[in-house]
Design a protein around this ligand. Structure first.
Ligand code: IDP
Ligand code: MG
Length: 152
């Protein structure tokens, strides 16, 4: 079995405003991933700049920071085997127009600027992003009754 991984997700402000936080979280739960941290928060400019530091200087950077700070987001940590790649696959490609129709972005979004969901893109990024949004004691270790039917 693949290593148990943790990854950061953000249901962006468009997801909260469109009342899609529940359906989006459901997709990850239905896959078998375990929610080990979750909170509703209004990301401020300073946190947004740290989270999106890799995109600083790109043409879309300012719009991206404006957007992610425009209202409440739901931020969480998902856990499971290959959680990082599994989450990215369920999210779909960055541009919702070309995203797989079965993915979250492919199902619910139309534009790259409002693509509903963030997920860490690798193990190093996941660690950094989880540390940015959560204190260690906000992340819970537990198992669910049905886990043995997902991971064995
Ligand atoms: P990802 O969210 O699929 O990992 P990244 O390349 O990390 O995609 O970009 C971060 C976010 O920046 C995207 O989710 C999208 O909202 C926004 N973004 C990326 N490229 C563009 C662009 O060309 N125009 C407008 N927004 C963009
Ligand atoms: Mg990214």
């Amino acid at each position: 079995m693949a290593d148990n991984e943790r990854t950061l997700i953000i249901v962006k402000p468009d997801g909260v405003q469109r009342a899609l936080a529940g359906p989006i979280l459901t997709r990850f739960e239905q896959k078998g991933l375990r929610i080990v941290a979750l909170k509703l928060m209004h990301i401020d400019r300073s946190l947004a700049e740290r989270h999106y530091a890799v995109h600083q200087g790109k043409p879309f950077y300012e719009g991206l920071v404006q957007f992610i700070t425009s209202g409440p987001s739901v931020v969480g940590v998902l856990e499971g085997p290959d959680a990082i790649q599994a989450t990215r696959n369920i999210m779909g490609a960055t541009n919702p127009v070309t995203a797989d129709p079965g993915s979250i972005r492919g199902t619910y979004a139309l534009t790259i600027g409002q693509n509903l969901i963030h997920g860490s893109d690798g193990p190093d990024t996941a660690r950094t992003e989880i540390d940015l949004f959560f204190q260690p004691d906000e992340i819970l270790s537990y198992s669910r009754a049905g886990d043995q039917w997902v991971t064995g």
